[in-house]
Design a protein around this ligand. Structure first.
Ligand code: AGP
Length: 608
């Protein structure tokens, strides 16, 4: 929810820190701050609000120094004020700390520290870390940090500097993302990989409990047991452009247009020359896969909607019962799980706290838990029995788009794999489904070509206050995702319903001021969907229908028809979602909303 960055090298730290914070601002933008070490000691600058306020302060009173740390905040403990902004200092002002995560036992620590004379100035949990380090400091910052983090309960990624050790940054992590970039003669610490791409592709991934000491001599990592260890080193393929907008007005629009590539990369190498679906990450024999008697999917938000699509595909193709649960409920409902249950956790960031806790719960009960995620080195990859990566590249826009369709692509592969292992589908059927699936990137490109029509449609709905989204079968998940996109970026109230549910209450909401968006692509319930459209139109609703190319009938029943290429029903979720992403996007953009950084939201929800 917050973003932290650290720099150690020959460059002016302020430039690197501000550049890094700009790439992290999507994680939280309540306040920002830096601490830079120079011959004068520590210069600490903090400002509330967007990063540019801090940048203005830095240019008003420049600070020199080549070692420093920075932070962009999404408030959890303490209001978005300057006092609560990071970095936080100790009593002497010699120690500065930036932190992402939540220290659950901070109130006890505050009491203990205050009782020993420490003066805590902010409402935050983080400030306790600065004073704890101070209380353990005996001339060795790494040792003091290692002792301090042992006292912390909860999640943290921290970076710490001390005026008395101008050439040192100490970083540590527990349940919160932290990576270290190894450049030529310089080291960058960050919450997220895009920050590093300006300087290097060589990345160290810290484990939970690790404490890393960065000096001119390099990086020394000690594990939770205090022993020096070699952290995992990965080479990141992502190019810098991936982190930039590539000429689109927003990251979200760029990411919507990146979906053909995201899907193509996610499907790459998944069909063997022998016609066998490749999901080696499952590390399960065909017999073990065939023995799965139940699939349990856990996720949050958009990923949960991908889970609902998974239920339809796995049940229809593999004939295995599937349950889908929001992680925040699953983790506390004492779920019935056993070794024959396959648990699939879907999370693009790989850092969503509820989904992580859900995986722990599942494994505690003896189930195998697999993750579908988009972020290499993310927490979920360490907590799961296996990981299927979506290869969508970094997603900067808070509203998930390309990671959603990439998740559905990965789920389609998983569903086909289970079906194949169970012999639930003829090989010829699998081949024909795969043929259609592997043409999805082109199908999506075709939908993106009609983006202008969608923008024209959006222009007529910029002043709506409330809307309904309807679908049947696989269209229900698409309707739910369309409603979520509109809600989270345009702040228009939107509810999604299985169309057959309308008569049982929601139809009471229908007036000519409540547009109804209907997923009406060809499928076994198409006729039923059309009669549901007639029901709402009879009450004066304006209808926007997502329909299949060649369907002229639907024109009689809708004010606007957003066409998508013909596909089978099972493969229709991805193409049918794109028009709803663009509809929400254009309504939000036309309403002047900050589409990439919607209010009250953050890209990954790392707390409960
Ligand atoms: C979707 O646009 C939102 N950003 C949000 O609902 C998101 O899907 C949810 O927080 C889950 O995130 P995850 O996939 O990273 O776990």
């Amino acid at each position: 929810m917050c973003g932290i960055v650290g720099y150690h090298g020959p460059r002016q730290a302020t430039d690197v820190l501000l550049g890094g914070l700009a790439r992290l601002e999507y994680r939280g933008y309540d306040s920002a701050g830096i601490a830079v070490i120079g011959d004068y000691g520590i210069a600490l600058l903090r400002r509330t609000g967007k990063l540019h306020h801090l940048a203005e302060a830095v240019s008003a009173s420049p600070v020199t120094g080549t070692v420093g740390i920075g932070h962009t905040r999404w408030a959890t403990h303490g209001r978005p004020t300057e006092e609560n902004a990071h970095p936080h200092a100790d009593c002497t002002g010699a120690i500065a700390v930036v932190h992402n995560g939540i220290i659950e036992n901070y109130l006890d620590l505050r009491e203990e520290l205050a009782a020993t004379g420490h003066v805590l100035r902010s409402e935050t949990d983080t400030e306790t870390v600065a004073h704890l380090v101070e209380s353990y400091y005996e001339g060795d910052l790494a040792a003091a940090v290692a002792r301090a983090v042992k006292r912390l309960h909860g999640s943290y990624a921290i970076a710490v500097v001390h005026a008395g050790e101008p050439g040192t940054i100490v970083a540590a992590r527990q349940d919160s993302p932290l990576v270290i970039g190894l450049g030529k003669g310089e080291t960058i610490i960050a919450s997220d990989i895009p920050v590093l791409l300006d300087y290097t592709r060589e990345v160290l991934v810290l484990e939970d409990g690790d404490v890393a000491c960065v000096t001119a001599a390099g990086v020394v990592v000690r594990g939770a047991d205090g022993a020096v260890r070699e952290p995992e080193r990965i080479h990141v393929e992502w190019d810098l452009a991936a982190a930039e907008k590539c000429g689109y007005e927003t990251f979200m629009l760029k990411e919507i247009h990146e979906q053909p590539t995201a899907i193509r990369e996610t499907l790459r190498g998944r069909m063997g020359a022998d016609g066998i679906i490749q999901v080696s990450e499952l590390a399960m024999s065909e017999a073990q896969i065939a023995a799965i008697d139940r699939v349990l999917i856990i996720a949050c938000g958009t990923s949960y909607h991908a889970g609902i699509v998974a239920k339809t595909l796995i049940e229809q193709w593999a004939r295995v019962p599937v349950e889908v649960d929001v992680s925040s409920e699953f983790r506390y409902r004492d779920p019935i799980i056993d070794a024959a249950t396959l648990v699939v956790a879907i999370t693009q960031s790989g850092e969503t706290a509820d989904t992580l806790a859900g995986v722990r719960e599942a494994r505690k009960n003896g189930a195998k838990a697999f993750a579908i995620t988009n972020v290499v080195g993310s927490r979920i990859t360490r907590e799961s029995d296996g990981v299927i990566y979506t290869h969508a590249g970094p997603e900067i826009g808070v509203a998930a788009t390309k990671t959603f369709t990439a998740q559905i692509a990965a789920i389609t592969v998983l569903a086909l794999k289970i079906a194949q292992a169970r012999g639930a589908l003829e090989q010829t059927r699998i081949a024909s489904i795969w043929d259609e699936v592997s043409r999805l990137p082109e199908t999506v490109e075709a939908v993106l070509c009609s983006a202008d029509d969608i923008e024209a449609c959006a222009r007529e709905y910029t002043d709506v206050v409330s809307s309904l989204f309807l679908g049947r079968g696989i269209g229900v998940a698409v309707a739910m995702e369309g409603a979520l996109k509109l809600k989270e970026i345009s702040y228009v109230h939107a509810e999604a319903y299985p169309a057959g549910e309308m008569k049982h209450g929601p139809i009471a909401l229908i007036t000519d001021e409540v547009p109804v968006v209907v997923v009406a692509t060809q499928g076994r319930t198409y006729e039923k969907v059309v009669s549901n459209i007639q029901e709402v139109r009879a009450r004066g609703a304006r209808v926007i229908a997502v329909a299949t190319h060649g369907d002229d009938e639907i024109r009689k029943h809708a004010e606007h028809v957003l066409y998508v290429p013909r596909t089978s029903e099972e493969v229709s979720a991805i193409p049918a979602t794109i028009p709803l992403q663009l509809l929400a996007y254009h309504i939000a953009a036309l309403r002047g909303c900050n589409v990439d950084q919607p209010r009250n939201l953050a890209k990954s929800v790392t707390v409960e």
